[in-house]
Ligand binder design. Sequence first.
Ligand SMILES: [Zn+2]
Length: 262
Amino acid sequence: MSKINVDNITNIVVSGKSGAGKQPRIDVLVEEFGLEQLSTGDIFRSYLGKFNEYRYTGSLENFWNEDENQFISDDEIAKGLGTGDKDVILGMKAKYFVDKGLFVPDYITNALFESFFAKKDYRGQVLDGYPRTPEQSKFLLKILEKNNSKIDFVLLVDNTDERIIARTVKRRICPKCKKVYHLEYKPPKDGKCVCGAEVIQRFDDTEEKIRSRLNEFQDKALPALNYLKDKGISVVNVPGHLEEFTPENIKNSVMSEVEKLY
Ligand SMILES: [Zn+2]
């Protein structure tokens, strides 16, 4: 039996380098504490989806004020779009940057996150991919305080760059059925998936792309984490690499560290 009173856990942040092995640990937290996973990727997909469903056919440039380098007011956007639906407006703002392949600014990511988090009553979530900059950490703490909620702790999944690179460059996927293989641990037979298609390397699984994601963690996500730590939130370190990667070992390695907090 766990010593932790599950009802006392409000929200948990999971952090770690891309490829460190966050998902199996998120699964443990979701299961053990009865939480939901709140991923930034899902939030973006959700709002972009809402905008796409609205089927606006005009140019998004109509909503950007070039001189002031910002969006026109929400009222003006609503008039131009023909709807005051807040989710559609947020989706449009996200799409504006995503379509151009631009880095989405913090104020947009924050607005999307807050809107989605509010639908969950600011509770019961494992935050994944957020906060990713110190600015986002600051914003998160502000909305938690305003809504009488909290982050109980940050779970940091530790892994070395070398191990992540070695693991990721040997990853192969099936372009047809999306099955994931690994040249060492789960080799595809004769370079082919069980469905018959030839497996390929994902375009962002090259060493260069992985190193760039690792640098991003060092430059932004780690300072975001340190910001939370400075504000008194505990950080629980768990190993991303386990000699025996079994569900039982993963669960124990997470829960034994979390229990030390309580
Ligand atoms: Zn396949």
